[in-house]
Ligand binder design. Structure first.
Ligand code: MOS
Length: 741
């Protein structure tokens, strides 16, 4: 992998190194469990060893003999005072099920008890000695097993509406060429290196929560709701997050339990859940099944897109990612029909995991597109070109900008695609069958209202405050860059404060909204400062201002410091969205809207080599070209996209949380057996940033790209494996054994 950061080009910012990099590499960056508390006690969770049934009794006699045990909380002695509202229904909670509310067990690793002791080791020992008796029932592990419940997503959730345009069945019957195929994506867990930790400290009636969070404001209001206290009694501190990927955006039940636990001995209580507990007390990417039909004419023009999908969820919550919103906007098609089902079993509730809808649904669509290109005997890039569109067919709404084919052109050139022989198994290097595949990546351009406070002094020091989050993506840096541009100061002069609920409210670090939302808010606040100093605004407003002119402007203004607060609301926001920002509620807007369509795009090309004797699959080359509007920082952007491509290979070839279908329990709930690629699995990764100007999306001109990189990769790998071997694998991950027989 080459190390050089790309040079700034059109609509590309400076490739500044991360302003928090030094803190991180010197160990000074404080993560959730790094805040030391005097007199802290330690909690350890007892979680269920059955997946369905009831608790019939406890024996805590051995546990209580462990020295230092302070508290054992179970459903017999604990009552959560407030309400839990599921995040999928606009609430805060990862599940609507209140913990310790009764003796019923809904899934493997459900909450049974919390043990608090003087030391971590005491608490863990007591948890191991705490005996639980169950009346177990036969659980349902996954789809296609007995006793699932199946609901239409659009009937149980108002957020989901299936697309029906024209008559897809009729168009399929009249198409020259059709594809009709089923695809499957497995369960996956985020496995952030930082574990799920929570530390709660009460000072009188005031609670401070230290927890790695993608949504500090949401957690403040959500936890108050769950504890039935006033939001102004809760403060959330989370300046650094050691990986999240969606798993730290909603409030898991542990937080409220630790807050209750810390009330009782009235000392700070810290929980660091174990790696395997993280598989069941937090969320995950659920398995999905897809039935896709495409119809096309001999000219390659799509006539119909038909997509029925099934997504796994829990007994307690109706969670669905509903990726047909995105897939229906991808290509010009006069006839569309989609339907999504939620399949309920005895599982913990799934949740967001990077590009939640796009990863599984685009895998299905882009695999089917490749199958269709093969049937049409058409180059897969040309097939996408023929069906490229500036109008989302399901809504008729224009794209604000769309550079998909530019991405294909740049990536295919860098990859050397023109040298590809389309015949499967035709390209070889000794024992190795070479396969080249490609697929489209996309992610909706989404935004959320966001507030920011900026302080500027006559020495040129800038302080930016916003309750946004840097989950490892570079948010500190790009938010600081916007202030530095507006106020014409070097980045070293900017101090950025994020990750605290008491700062001006910002959105969840989800849906790739942070850069677009926070940079638009910061731009607005800086614009107010510019106006006070120079009576003009804009990114160039202070470009030629000398230090002398700046001093004179401060003199005129009559103060050494200016502080401004700006609340930014997206153009497409609904009434009430600004107020919701101050109540810890997300009101994300964007993607396929009624009147306009906003997506970032990419084209991903993969070379696989499949050993003709052992069927070992290697990935020597990945090329991705991406267009996402303005790139605030090509270095951090490239790093996100490279990570996405590598994650895509992981999903295509390695990752799967295995479920024992007999007892509905996860088998490989550890980092040794949950497979991800290591350095030796990833060789050349080439990220190309395609310049794109879109001044319609938001004041910052940013589309967002955190979740763009891993979207096309599953299909690109699968399409390359088909090209290498002639075998179409429709069930991820693709494994050596799939390529025999
Ligand atoms: Mo991301 S899965 O929207 O945190």
């Amino acid at each position: 992998m080459s190390e050089a950061a790309p040079q700034p080009k059109e609509n590309m910012g400076q490739p500044a190194p991360r302003i928090d990099g030094r803190l991180k590499v010197t160990g000074q960056a404080k993560y959730g469990s790094d805040f030391q508390q005097p007199r802290v006690a330690y909690a350890f969770l007892v979680t269920s060893s059955i997946s369905r049934g009831s608790i019939t009794g406890f024996d805590d006699s051995e546990a209580r003999k462990v020295p230092g045990v302070l508290l054992i909380m179970t459903h017999e002695n604990t009552k959560v005072p407030g309400e839990f509202k599921f995040f999928g229904s606009g609430g805060e909670a990862s599940t609507a099920k209140k913990p310790l509310a009764g003796n019923w067990i809904d899934h493997d690793g459900d909450y049974v008890a919390v043990i608090v002791a003087e030391t971590y080791e005491n608490a863990r020992e007591a948890a191991y000695r705490f005996k639980v008796k169950y009346d177990a029932q036969q659980p349902t592990a996954t789809m296609d097993q007995p006793n699932t419940e199946i609901h239409e997503a659009s009937k149980v959730s108002t957020r989901h509406k299936d697309s029906v345009v024209g008559n897809a069945n009729e168009a399929l019957a009249q198409s020259d060429v059709t594809v009709d195929a089923q695809y499957y994506t497995p369960t996956q867990h985020h496995n952030p290196i930082e574990l799920f930790t929570t530390t709660c400290v009460w000072h009188g009636n005031e609670l401070t929560l230290y927890e790695p969070s993608q949504f500090v404001v949401g957690m403040k209001y959500g936890l108050a709701h769950e504890l039935n206290i006033e939001p102004n009694q809760v403060k959330v501190i989370s300046p650094f997050v050691g990986g999240a990927f969606g798993s730290k955006g909603s409030l898991t039940p542990r937080t409220c339990l630790i807050a209750i636990a810390a009330r009782q001995p009235n000392r700070p209580v810290k929980l660091v859940a174990t790696r395997d507990q993280g598989f069941t007390i937090a969320t995950y990417r659920a398995e999905t099944r897809h039935h896709v039909k495409l119809g096309a004419g001999q000219d390659g023009k799509l006539k119909a897109y038909w997509h029925e999908a099934w997504e796994m969820s829990s007994r307690t919550d109706d969670y669905a990612v509903f990726g047909v919103d995105a897939t229906s906007a991808m290509y010009q098609t006069p006839n569309i029909w989609t339907k999504v089902h939620i399949v309920k079993g005895d599982r913990n509730t799934p949740g967001f995991m990077r590009s939640p809808p796009e990863v599984p649904y685009m895998y299905a669509l882009e695999s089917a597109m490749d199958e269709m290109a093969v049937k049409l005997n058409m180059d897969p890039v040309e097939f996408r070109r023929v069906n490229d569109t500036m109008v989302a067919p399901a809504t008729g709404a224009l794209y604000t900008s769309r550079s998909l084919m530019k991405c294909y052109d740049e990536a295919s050139k860098a990859f050397g695609w023109e040298k590809r022989n389309p015949q499967p198994s035709s390209m070889r290097d000794g024992d190795w069958l070479i396969g080249w595949g490609c697929a489209t990546a996309t992610y909706p351009t989404q935004m959320n209202p966001c507030a920011a406070r900026v302080r500027f002094d006559r020495q040129g020091n800038i302080r930016v405050q916003v309750a946004a989050h840097d989950v490892g993506t570079g948010a500190y840096t790009v938010i600081g860059q916007m202030a530095a541009i507006m106020l014409n100061q070097p980045l070293e002069k900017v101090l950025v404060e994020l990750g605290q609920s008491e700062l001006p409210p910002g959105p969840v670090a989800g849906g790739s909204v942070t850069t677009a939302s926070a940079c638009s808010a910061v731009k607005g606040a800086c614009g107010l400062i510019q106006t006070k100093l120079f009576q003009r605004t804009g990114e160039d407003a202070m470009k030629d201002v000398t230090p002398e002119q700046l001093a004179a402007a401060f003199n005129r203004f009559g103060s050494n410091v200016i502080e401004e607060y700006h609340e930014w609301v997206p153009a497409d926001a609904k009434s009430g969205d600004a107020e919701a920002l101050y109540q810890g509620k997300n009101t994300i807007t964007g993607g396929p809207l009624k009147n306009r369509t906003m997506f970032a795009f990419g084209a991903e090309f993969v070379e696989v080599r499949v050993n003709s004797r052992t069927r070992e699959i290697r990935v020597p080359r990945l090329v991705g070209a991406f267009a996402a509007g303005r790139i605030m920082n090509p270095r951090t952007a490239r790093s996100q996209l490279m990570g996405g491509l590598i994650w895509g290979v992981s999903a295509a070839l390695h990752e799967e949380t295995e479920i024992d279908e007999r007892n509905a329990r996860y088998v490989n709930d550890n980092l040794a057996e949950y497979l991800v690629p290591v350095n030796a699995d990833i060789q050349e990764v080439n990220v190309i940033l395609v310049p794109e100007v879109d001044d319609k999306v938001n004041p910052a001109g940013v589309k967002g790209l955190g979740e763009l990189g891993n979207v096309g990769t599953n299909a690109a790998v699968a399409n390359a494996v088909y090209h290498a071997t002639g075998k179409r694998i429709r069930d991820l991950p693709i494994r050596i054994e799939d390529l025999f027989a």
